[in-house]
Write a protein that binds this ligand. Sequence first.
Ligand code: AMP
Length: 222
Amino acid sequence: MRVIMLGAPGTGKGTQAGLLATYLGVVHISTGDMLREAVAKRRPLGREVEEVMAQGKLVPDALMIRVVAERLQEHDCARGFVLDGFPRTVAQAEALDRLMDAQGRAVDLVFLLEVPEAEIVKRVSSRRVCLGCGRVFNLLLDQVASAGVCPTCGAALVQRADDTPETVRERLRVYEQQTEPVRTYYQKQGKLRVIAGDRSIAEVQRAIQEAVKRAITSTTSR
Ligand code: AMP
């Protein structure tokens, strides 16, 4: 199954995409994680995107499309994927459809997580990420995170460079201008499922899995 997880920063799309990928037995591909890794490892791609990311702006479409096209050709994507953070513009959504077409495949479902803006600001300012293993914590939900050390690998927990209040505001503005139109793109294809994200992680995941089951039942009963 090929699934896309859409949502503004702080709506929980990374967490939900990871859980859904495990449930479906497919890979979780986060473009944000791929770029952050390239920055941390000082790869040429990382040097190209570091400044744009720190400003909360989007990496140019042509570059992102190339990165994702290469990733989707890898063997582990053959059974499907949950894509998180891509597409973020209509041009990226169109490119993804062309890529899928060329493989004789298609995106099956698109989830959009919706969370009120006040809740987003609260969540993002309390988000911490492990410098070692990349695990994400929330100071409001995970008491262990307040110690500042990852309980899994022992590395330091830090705030993401783009989680500062000014950058978050810019990321929300970019989302509204450039990513909101992607919603209409998939709505027209009949693939969009809007999920209320201001509930517990488990409740949101249950709603997502129920929508997946309904989609599978309706395809097999056709
Ligand atoms: P995320 O972890 O999904 O919030 O992504 C972090 C940052 O990576 C974004 O604010 C962008 O600067 C960059 N980025 C990730 N995915 C994309 C994409 N599909 N198109 C453009 N920029 C992206």
